[in-house]
Ligand binder design. Structure first.
Ligand code: ZN
Length: 446
């Protein structure tokens, strides 16, 4: 049996790697993720892993490296993205590309979303290689470009053009792993489901005319009425395994919550029930979005001149679907709300996904967390946004979001992901690396 890792040395290694990654400006657009891909590749080569860097376009590189197992079981994919969203440097106390180590934190755009996980995955591969630890599965790291604007030039491109490089039975992704206190109990999220995308355009046509002569079929007025109905009418409630399991897990540990949440799935009592759950309103809105398909109007377009009634009015709607719903099922829920005279044009169709709650990977996560945070309970989670998982599932992979982070009161309430002063504590970076290493080896050895 190989030596266990020296976690003090790992701390320095993962901090240094994250600092290096944060200093590479991979703001998307334009991306320039090849900077990060080449860096990760070089770090893999140092330990004898031969990675592949592939560019979907010049500068838009993704990297894939593989630590070979015995082949007795199918591969595990460690997936991350190296692009980041834009930052406003003037608002940061340490620059977004400084990679500064200060006050116990590593600072920079991507420190949380999600170069920390890229760094942790890379260190795990380096540990396995240095230890010569043979698992039953290959462990494949993919650090992809372009996730922040949909991943078409990163994970999506790899799935279409190089599927064999990243094909895996299971994957660990971003999207879960956060410890949170609730009532007297600590929980941590394990993302097992992700909503799908079914964004669409609403279009209303009418007769044009002079603004001085009102007409009832004015396209602007009819569209506005339909948009207002859509924005204020909840679509039907639907149970999903993940959301039911989440409420069940939390309900068992928080006095009164199980009874309080029993009315959630009944249309006549759901809103009132939700309003009584003792959480901040921002979290309550998130919970509400987990119970239904949602359709949020975001863009309005009509008219060019104040005295002309236009013949066309359009709105864009951000549609998000629960597991089990095709885009057409979703539009069938929207139709009665907006009425029959509105044209609906689907703009994308990316189904929701859900992974098993009883799988060996989920069990490995729960077992490792039981050792790390005794008494903390798993909370299966459905995220309302979309990640690169939507691409990877086309290969049949079961994707779990788990990038474990301890709860930190010091940064509670600060919107760090995509916000100013994004940073990760050194303690949390090491925690993430150690927990993920333990999950990978436990899962990979059994
Ligand atoms: Zn991300």
């Amino acid at each position: 049996m190989s030596q266990p890792p020296n976690w003090d040395a790992v701390r320095d290694e993962v901090v240094g790697i994250l600092q290096d990654l944060l200093r590479l400006d991979t703001t998307n657009p334009p991306g320039n993720e090849s900077l990060a891909a080449e860096y990760v590749a070089a770090k893999m080569r140092e330990v004898g892993i031969e990675p592949v860097v592939l560019e979907s376009e010049p500068g838009r590189g993704s990297v894939v490296g593989r630590w070979h197992g015995t082949g007795e079981a199918a591969p595990l994919l460690l997936m991350s993205h190296t692009d980041v969203v834009p930052a406003e440097p003037a608002a940061w106390s340490h620059g977004p590309f400084s990679g500064d180590l200060a006050a116990g934190y590593v600072w920079g755009r991507g420190a949380l979303d999600m170069k920390c996980i890229t760094a942790a995955h890379l260190v795990i591969l380096r540990l396995l290689a240095r230890q010569g630890l043979r698992l039953r599965r290959d462990v494949v790291q993919m650090a992809a470009a372009d996730e922040e604007v949909g991943g078409v030039k990163g994970a999506g491109w790899l799935v279409r053009h190089h599927p064999d490089l990243i094909r895996a039975e299971y994957a660990l992704n971003e999207g879960g792993g956060n410890e949170f206190p609730f009532g007297p109990t600590r929980f941590y999220s394990v993302q097992t489901a992700e909503k799908g995308l079914a964004r669409f355009r609403m279009r209303v046509r009418g007769e044009p005319g002079h603004g001085s002569v009102p007409r009832l079929d004015n396209a602007v007025v009819r569209l506005a009425a339909a948009v207002a109905r859509l924005g204020s009418t909840p679509l039907p409630l639907h149970r999903t395994r993940t959301v039911e399991a989440m409420f069940e897990s939390i309900g068992q540990a928080v006095p009164g919550l199980a009874e309080a949440s029993s009315g959630l799935w009944d249309e006549t009592t759901s809103s009132l029930t939700l309003s009584k759950i003792p959480v901040p309103d921002s979290f309550r809105r998130l919970l509400a979005a987990m119970l239904r398909n949602t359709a949020t109007p975001t863009v309005l377009q009509a008219g060019t001149k104040i005295n002309v009634i236009p013949s066309l009015a359009e709105a864009l709607v951000d549609g998000r679907t629960l597991p089990g719903f095709a885009a057409q099922d979703f539009l069938a829920e929207v139709r009665p709300v907006v009425g029959d005279d509105v044209e609906l044009e689907l703009l994308d169709d990316s189904p929701a996904l859900e992974a098993d709650l009883d799988s060996p990977l989920y069990s490995a996560i729960v077992d490792v967390m039981q050792d790390e945070l005794p008494g903390a309970r798993p909370s299966p989670t459905l995220i309302t946004g979309a990640t690169d998982a939507k691409h990877i599932v086309h290969l049949g992979t079961r994707v779990y979001g788990f990038g474990p982070l301890r709860y930190e009161a010091a940064t509670e309430g600060e919107a760090l992901v995509h916000g100013h002063n994004e940073r990760i504590s050194v303690d949390n970076l090491l925690f993430m690396t150690r927990v993920l290493y333990n999950v990978v080896t436990r899962f990979g050895l059994t």
